[in-house]
Design a protein around this ligand. Structure first.
Ligand SMILES: Nc1ncnc2c1ncn2[C@@H]1O[C@H](COP(=O)(O)OP(=O)(O)OP(=O)(O)O)[C@@H](O)[C@H]1O
Length: 808
């Protein structure tokens, strides 16, 4: 900023705001601490304050009301404590850096321009009249993100407010001191962003609230779309925008949306720890986070053992060249396709006429209800009734049948034998049950008496409990009930439907996928795909790519178990999900809006879905009218040199625009063998560490290669080298060896590509994996090869890289 006078004015204002904040914090502090004590005290003394007396009905009633009153008092105190605590927390968060931006806006028809200071939460002076700081999520704050000085407008629930922005200013404030002030205009770049991007990588993602870009702001504040699709280049801030969007939604809908009504699907468990601090930093609670696999596991785990998607990708990357490999890859593609989705639907519809498979219900070695009886009953229902409804009817019938069978069973010989030989422990257990039953009975009696007193009405019947007479009967009942309980539970869980059998039947080459064959030619290698899938199922296992089709089929047959609580679903790395998975998510969360963020350039799984483009099926999932697509082409993560290089690796990456931040060109180093290469790599690692880079990754293609790299580099004396595997729970700073598919979504100061030779990266299908690995680098990128370079480097102009020489 130009003038000393202005600087002093800004510092003086900052001091004033900080002073007011301190006053408010000081005001709240004793209250916050005190109230907490009070609420705690009431809880502790809760039972001292109420006199529990149940001697007479009147006493009983009085006790009841006294508890209610005490409870109401407590919850009011707790609510007010929570509110003050929240205020106190947000003031404390503001104090070191109360705001980061200012716009002076003159609304049309209003005399003078109003300065609007923007920070991570709002701060109003004690009288409540003067907004000293506006929360970045308020409508007026969007001026700061969307406009440069000149004509500007912002949206409010009552329509657009138009006017002129006379000043736009950015601040860097640390510990209450003004470090920098930048006035921005059309021609001056975003200096705060420049500074933010120049910093090192961290083990936790940072909030970008002070430097949100206009296109990102559109993602954050979109309120209308049922489906928001973001196709954005590597490092364009998709994940950052998604997290800011969560914070925005929680703020805007604070009266009706809770953090646990938002779900973020993340690419791997480590990613969860990477993003977990962004929302708390913004004063919001974290949303639910899960990998899609964790969701699938919940549904399938009890039926079949599910393959991990990372094991699947390892298989695809490693076992190339064999006929089984080809069939598997073909199978992955086929099971992710829209045609397969349709085939599943057709198959389920066909089951309405024939082909349902049930599992008989057995008690020990006796078959109580055979599968054939269920099928007979099932196909006896009116065929116009939906499949899932008929299954529900069958379930109802089975429960009734079981109830009848259970009653009959009480007289069975085994029951009286068991009664005679009941061991002491079990006898006691049954007796305890009986006493409990009696307790409930006594309580019910007392309750009835009070009701009678309160409502002044007589009871319908006089209760009685003939203990002795019921004993035998109840004991027998309890023994049988205990035996029948697992049967009832399994019926309630629909386990009488043989889902594994039904799914396997779809891959019966004899009946040959009739539905699909009708629409199109059967997929390539279909008989092999069938064999592989059925063999796996016969072992009680399920391929990763079968998980969603399996659950989808189950929902078609048994009816959808929907989650109506969740209002927003975020899918990060969205290109790695198949259409079948999207369709499943849509059905699973019927009341949710969806935000999908991804980059088709980083599609590393064979089931990838194109996010944008004319015939992207994703655009039609919720109907085009409810769908909005936003493309991000500016890349913020890497230096200009790294972006120029990675752009050359992928034909579709041509339109990516690097942010103007310069660094060294990517370095290419070749050696005759791995040992020499590792020695050179160890030297470079030491040099990078000495330069002060805190987070460095040696990125490999597979887990096996990671182990090899870790061993070789450790032998070379690299200290504290961390080996990251799919089990690694958290993301940490330091130097690590990591397979590319686990490095998705995260970033490092420096990246070393362990083996960029043609031996490792040869197949065209692996180009995107290679691209993904290279785009993890923020400041430095080095590529190593023992032998010839991967063909992916062929299109790269020599001027874009620096040759590190041949290491012999
Ligand atoms: N507006 C911004 N201000 C400051 N930093 C930003 C901004 N947008 C993005 N960044 C930074 O750029 C980097 C990449 O962001 P992010 O990880 O969100 O990108 P992405 O699109 O999800 O990347 P990828 O697809 O490669 O995983 C992060 O370090 C992030 O902090």
């Amino acid at each position: 900023m130009r003038h000393e006078r202005e600087w002093n004015e800004e510092q003086a204002r900052l001091d004033r705001v900080a002073q007011k904040l301190r006053e408010r914090i000081a005001e709240l502090e004793p209250e916050v601490a005190g109230l907490h004590g009070q609420a705690g005290d009431i809880r502790k003394r809760f039972w001292e304050e109420v006199t529990v007396n149940t001697a007479t009905d009147e006493d009983f009633e009085e006790t009841f009301y006294s508890i209610r009153q005490q409870e109401a008092l407590l919850s009011e105190r707790e609510r007010s404590h929570r509110l003050r605590l929240q205020q106190w927390k947000s003031m404390t968060r503001l104090l070191p850096s109360p705001y980061f931006g200012r716009v002076d806006f003159r609304e049309h028809g209003v005399g003078s321009a109003e300065p609007v200071y923007i920070g991570v939460s709002s701060f109003v002076d004690a009288e409540g009249m003067d907004f000293l700081v506006y929360d970045w999520r308020t409508p007026i704050a969007s001026l700061y993100y969307d406009h440069s000085p000149g004509p500007a407008s912002y949206d409010t629930p009552d329509g657009a407010v138009r006017g002129d922005m006379e000043l736009k200013r950015q601040y860097q404030i640390r510990q209450g001191r003004l470090l920098n002030v930048f006035d921005t205009s059309l021609t001056i770049g975003d200096e705060l962003l420049q500074q933010a991007l120049g910093q090192g990588a961290d083990s936790q993602m940072k909030s970008i609230v002070a430097t949100i870009q206009k296109e990102q702001n559109a993602i954050i504040r979109d309120d209308r779309s049922r489906m928001l699709i973001v196709q954005g280049a590597a490092g364009s801030g998709k994940t950052s925008a998604a997290l800011q969007r969560v914070a925005y939604l929680l703020y805007k809908n604070r009266d009706r949306l809770k953090a646990d009504q938002i779900v973020l699907f993340s690419p791997n468990p480590m990613f969860n720890s990477y993003v977990s601090t962004v929302l708390p930093e913004l004063g919001e609670e974290n949303m639910q986070q899960a990998t899609f696999q964790e969701y699938l596991e919940q549904g399938i785990g009890s039926i079949l053992s599910l393959e991990d998607p990372f094991d699947a990708i390892e298989y695809v990357l490693q076992m190339a060249g064999s006929p089984e490999h080809d069939a598997r890859v073909e199978g992955i593609r086929c099971k992710a396709s829209g045609a397969f989705l349709q085939a599943l639907r057709d198959y389920a519809e066909g089951l309405g006429q024939s082909g349902m498979r049930f599992s008989g219900i057995r008690l020990g070695d006796r078959e109580l209800i055979p599968a054939s009886r269920m099928a007979e009953r099932f196909y006896g229902y009116d065929r116009s009734i939906r499949l899932a409804n008929r299954v529900a009817m069958l379930q109802e019938w089975l429960l009734q049948e079981l109830a009848g069978l259970e009653r009959k069973e009480r007289g069975a010989d085994w029951v009286s034998e068991e009664l005679d030989y009941l061991d002491n422990d079990r006898y006691d257990a049954v007796h305890r049950e009986l006493h409990k039953e009696r307790g409930v009975f006594d309580f019910a009696e007392q309750y009835e008496r009070i009701q009678e007193f309160v409502q002044n009405k007589r009871r319908r019947d006089e209760g009685d409990f003939d203990y002795a007479e019921r004993e035998q009967e109840l004991l027998a009942g309890a023994i049988v009930r205990e035996r029948f309980e697992p049967l009832r539970r399994s019926v309630r869980r629909m386990q009488f439907v043989d889902m594994a059998g039904l799914y396997a039947q779809l891959f019966d080459p004899e009946q040959a996928y009739a539905a699909l064959a009708e629409q199109a030619a059967a997929p390539r290698l279909w008989p092999d795909i069938c064999d592989q899938t059925r063999e796996k199922l016969a072992r009680g296992e399920l391929f990763s790519e079968d998980a969603t089709p399996f659950l989808y089929l189950r929902e078609l047959v048994e009816g959808m178990r929907t989650n109506t609580q969740v209002r927003h679903v975020f899918v990060d790395e969205g290109q790695d999900y198949s259409m079948v998975q999207y369709e499943y998510l849509r059905k699973l969360f019927p009341r949710a809006r969806m935000t999908v963020l991804g980059d088709f350039g980083q599609a590393i799984f064979a089931q990838a879905t194109e996010l944008d483009g004319e015939d992207s099926p994703l655009m039609r999932l919720y109907g085009e009218a409810d769908t909005r697509l936003i493309r991000l082409v500016r890349s913020y993560r890497s230096t200009r040199e790294i972006v120029e290089f990675t752009k050359a690796l992928l034909p579709s990456a041509k339109e990516i625009v690097p942010f103007a931040r310069s660094g060294k060109k990517p370095l290419l180093i070749q050696a005759d063998d791995s040992a020499r290469l590792a020695a050179r790599m160890a030297e470079e690692l030491a040099a990078l560490q000495a330069e002060g880079f805190a987070s460095i990754a040696v990125i490999t293609k597979t887990a096996a290669e990671s182990r090899e790299a870790h061993e070789l580099l450790t032998k070379q004396g690299c200290p504290s080298l961390r080996l990251v595997t799919k089990e690694t729970p958290t993301f940490e700073n330091g130097t690590q060896v990591i397979p590319a598919y686990l490095a998705k979504g995260v970033e490092f100061d420096a990246v070393l590509i362990y083996d960029a030779s043609s031996r490792t990266y040869q197949r065209e299908s692996e180009r995107k994996l290679f691209y993904t690995a290279c785009t993890r680098a923020m400041h430095r990128l080095q590529l190593y090869a023992a032998g010839e370079w991967t063909p992916f480097l062929q299109g790269v102009e020599p001027s874009l890289v620096e040759e590190g020489g041949q290491t012999r």
